[in-house]
Design a protein around this ligand. Structure first.
Ligand code: UTP
Length: 290
């Protein structure tokens, strides 16, 4: 039902300098896979097949990653390293990748508006790849697609955060429909310490209805001169319905050094080592294989 997933990936990634000076934050590897590939896996698991990536200057490696590399493939053809490319090959064959460049970094809202041409007049998902989400069963996007079918409106994923961290997030308030569903009535972007309307912070997973574009177009720059997506979503909440969902699973803020290290340890222990194919997938150490 929802086919498009938008990946705003044009940000500078200043929290991770100098690593992100010339390398896109979204290409930073967690174990042996770049962050954005985890996001694409999650979108495919949720039934999406159209990956729309908003890029910026210095982000060409994102496009190269989701393309064939004939020279490399030729080089490892017939060796036991070939299996290391199985997942990405399957992913490239199973989805369609489109790109658009955000020329000026005017914030997440502006990045999403830049992607309008790629997603058209359809409901679509948004993944901020630096928020890595894992769940044993259903991924977070798949959980949200289920809710979209029920509510047919914008859905934002939220997580409880400590009170002294609310100033880093968009924070929601609203009417509880159940333990994990809240009908949003208020939303504040990076509230001053002590002023947050709750401890429920929006993380990097959204399902947006296409009227969001009109609201973004009418949004004036907010905090830091950026066009904030929270302002546009709050307008949707005022006029209709926005649901905040306390998702099942774990989220790692890989845009911060601590979150990135935590994610790496978690994925190594729980995904990489657990993989039944692990012996095949582990990078061969012996040179004779090519
Ligand atoms: P962040 O707030 O994490 O900013 O953006 P950032 O530049 O990536 O990282 P820091 O804070 O400087 O370390 C949230 C998401 O929105 C995208 C980013 O790429 C990230 O996925 N974004 C942000 C854009 O695509 N364009 C923008 O103008 C701003």
């Amino acid at each position: 039902m929802i086919k498009h997933c938008l990946f705003p990936a044009a940000g500078y990634g200043t929290r991770f300098l100098p690593a992100t000076k010339s390398m896109p934050k979204e290409m930073m590897p967690v174990v042996n896979k770049p962050l954005i590939e985890y996001g694409v896996d999650e979108a495919i698991q949720a039934g999406m097949n159209s990956m729309a990536i908003v890029t910026g200057r210095g982000k060409n490696s994102l496009m190269d990653h989701f393309d064939k590399n004939y020279e490399l493939e030729h080089q490892i053809n017939g060796t036991n390293k070939e299996t290391l490319l199985d997942d990405i090959r399957e992913l490239i064959d199973g989805a369609n990748f489109t790109y658009i460049r955000q020329r000026e970094m005017k914030g997440l809202g502006h990045a999403i508006l830049t992607g309008k041409e790629l997603v058209g007049d359809n409901p679509f998902a948004v993944v901020l790849a630096d928020d890595l989400c894992v769940n044993e069963d259903q991924g977070v996007l798949a959980q949200m697609v289920g809710l979209y079918k029920q509510f047919r409106c914008t859905i934002v994923a939220v997580e409880e955060v400590p009170a002294d961290e609310t100033h880093k997030y968009g924070v929601i308030a609203g009417e509880h429909l159940s333990d994990d569903l809240i009908r949003v009535t208020d939303m504040v972007e990076k509230p001053e310490p002590g002023t947050a309307p709750s401890n429920l912070a929006i993380i990097g997973r959204y399902i947006l209805t296409p009227d969001i574009f009109e609201h973004i177009e009418n949004t004036t720059p907010g905090k830091g001169g950026e066009i904030q997506i929270t302002d546009a979503i709050l307008k949707q909440a005022d006029e209709g319905c926005v649901i905040a969902y306390k998702f099942k699973g774990k989220r790692f803020d890989c845009g911060s050094v601590d979150g990135y290290i935590e994610a790496t340890n978690y994925c190594y222990q729980n995904l990489y080592l657990q993989d039944s194919q692990v012996e095949l997938k582990k990078a061969p150490t012996e040179k004779q294989d090519g």
